[in-house]
Write a protein that binds this ligand. Structure first.
Ligand code: GLV
Ligand code: MN
Ligand code: MN
Length: 382
């Protein structure tokens, strides 16, 4: 991450922009406005990724922000443009996503600083080990006059490819729940323990994983994933004493999502009771679905059309920092078509033509906002 920050900072320098790393580990760099003390427009995405990842999820949005500044060729606008590269969006290490962006809206609190990774290292300690000061996280808050947040991101699904469209405006981001479940049984010898005398934590977890999949198949629009399983003691000839699982549930309706989570917890308890196991659950994330700003969606659609593409609106199934920023500032996203709809995998890719169209769209968008009466009024109000 440090090398990534250094590389980005080197790219920003010729643009007259000094970068800093805030105390939540986010990359921040401000391209000045035509006038001093002007409000900020924030453009960015995240710099972290998943294990065995592709190269574009997150990173492309930050690189596109730098490319847009480059294309301005020194031209100053009525607002400063702050490029942000968020530090921890995926939630892989601590199970909880959006840690970097939460610092900007004042939600990287004591509770979040206290959660631990698999090695028992807290968020607070990880921040300190990176050479940052958790006490100064409040200084990572959004500039007091931030007009809007924009994020370019690959779609990470097949919709745009199927429609043969390069770009889309995101109208809303589906809500998501993340949980950890721990099935507890009795460790014992795999050769001597008769089947009817076992309390096998892995077998109980396996039954529940299939129940998760069945529920997601039976509820339109619901997706549910057990993406990680860790069993102990973890030997071929020992019945598992415990099985720890992650659960990720998403839907554009918060009501359907939370009902599904409640029902899956109930099913885990029923399976555990029937098998002589116990089960504990902890909710790591309950993030509601978030609508993007309607004024900005309209502006994006106009910019997409000016870039020579057909405008399209869609809901994002993936989570994004824009969900968090939207709590405090008008936020919007532009999706780029994802070949094969493949993401969170090394096969993730993007077409160069589509990236060029995204840059053209971004430049039109900046020009539109710089001359939009409504946006200028926001500047006046800010
Ligand atoms: C982020 O990639 C997510 O899990 O949606
Ligand atoms: Mn991702
Ligand atoms: Mn992402």
């Amino acid at each position: 991450m440090r090398e990534c920050h250094d590389e980005l900072a080197r790219w920003m320098e010729p643009l007259g922009t000094r970068a800093r790393i805030d105390d939540a580990g986010n990359f921040r760099a401000v391209y000045p406005a035509a006038q001093p003390n002007a409000p900020h427009l924030l453009i960015g995405s995240h710099l972290d990724t998943v294990p065995n990842a592709g190269a574009y999820d997150g990173m492309l949005g930050v690189v596109l922000a730098v490319a847009l500044l480059d294309e301005l060729q020194g031209r100053r606008l009525p607002f400063a443009i702050e490029v942000v590269g968020f530090s921890e969006e995926e939630g892989v290490r601590f199970g909880t996503p959006f840690i970097g962006s939460r610092a900007l809206v004042g939600r990287l609190d004591r509770h979040l600083l206290g959660i631990h990774d698999a090695q028992g290292i807290s968020v607070q300690k990880a921040i300190e080990e990176f050479g940052l000061n958790p006490e100064k996280i409040p200084q990572a808050a959004l500039h007091s006059q931030t007009l809007a947040y924009f994020e370019f991101h690959i779609e990470q699904g097949p919709a745009l490819e199927n429609l043969n469209l390069p770009l889309a405006a995101v109208e809303a981001i589906a809500g998501q729940s993340r949980l950890e479940l721990l099935f507890l049984g009795r460790g014992n010898h795999a050769g001597t323990t008769p089947m009817h005398l076992r309390s096998d934590a892995i077998a109980g977890a396996a039954e529940w994983i299939v129940a998760v999949e069945q529920m997601a198949h039976s509820v339109p629009g619901l997706v549910a994933t057990v993406g990680k399983i860790d069993a102990k003691p973890g030997a071929p000839n020992v019945i598992a004493r415990e099985a720890q699982l992650t659960l990720d549930v998403r839907h554009s309706s918060d009501e359907i999502r939370t009902r599904a989570v409640g029902e899956l917890i109930r099913q885990a308890q029923e399976i555990a009771a029937r098998r002589g196991l116990s089960v504990r659950d902890s909710i790591l994330l309950d993030q509601r679905a978030v609508a993007m700003d309607s004024f900005l969606i309209n502006e994006i659609e106009q910019a997409i059309a000016k870039a020579g593409c057909k405008p399209h609106r869609m809901v994002s199934g993936a989570g994004h920092d824009a969900m968090i920023l939207a709590e405090k500032v008008p936020s919007a996203m532009i999706f780029l078509r994802t070949p094969g709809g493949i993401s969170h995998d090394p096969a993730e890719s993007v077409a160069l033509d589509d990236v060029e169209k995204a840059i053209a769209c971004g430049l039109h968008l900046l020009d539109q906002l710089a001359s939009s009466r409504e946006f200028i009024q926001r500047i006046t109000r800010a």
